[in-house]
Design a protein around this ligand. Structure first.
Ligand code: PNS
Length: 162
């Protein structure tokens, strides 16, 4: 049984993430989408909110499980019995950091490989940061995130503003 872990901040999940989740889950028996708890970046959404949003948008994929984790993603992958870590590459600007992470992870746990997915072209410019930025100015984010996530982003930004 091949398990893969897709770690990330998912603050919030975007259509680009969802595309990677759909493609990666079709290649493995089980895909664990893993939300990082102790992120250096202060997230807009709590861990629980990010997990729930991911569960909501991946509910139609039977072999996807959503969890949260702390510490190293490669150790979380090992504990989950995963052979692979999944990451998406949007553009060459992602490459340097992603390669460094993959090589570091491999040096820690050589039995776990990183699988890179080339992001679908129409989602290549989308990031959670851009979603929050556009939404914070009242812009339309319906092209970037599923509708129920867009609603949550506007709600959260309004509540943060008070
Ligand atoms: O969605 P992101 O913010 O690009 O995801 C980054 C993430 C969570 C995959 C990365 O920061 C991570 O794995 N953090 C956990 C600590 C770790 O394992 N760092 C990598 C060792 S180089």
């Amino acid at each position: 049984m091949a398990t893969a872990v897709y770690p990330g901040s998912f603050d919030p999940v975007t259509k680009g993430h969802l595309d990677i989740i759909e493609r990666a889950s079709s290649l493995v028996d089980e895909l664990v989408v893993a939300v990082l708890k102790n992120n250096a970046k202060t997230p807009l959404f709590s861990t629980e909110e990010r997990v729930n949003m991911l569960k909501d948008v991946t509910g139609h994929i039977p072999n996807v499980r959503v969890e949260s984790f702390g510490g190293l993603s490669v150790e979380f992958a090992r504990e989950s019995g995963a052979k692979f870590i999944v990451r998406g590459l949007r553009a060459v600007t992602d490459f340097e950091y992603e390669l460094q992470m993959a090589q570091t992870n491999r040096s820690i746990r050589p039995e776990i490989d990183t699988l890179f997915f080339a992001t679908e072209l129409r989602y290549a410019y989308i990031s959670s940061t851009i979603v929050k930025e556009v939404a914070s100015y009242g812009g339309d984010i319906s092209g970037f995130v599923p509708p129920q996530i867009a609603e949550k982003v506007y709600e959260k930004l309004a509540s943060v503003r008070g």
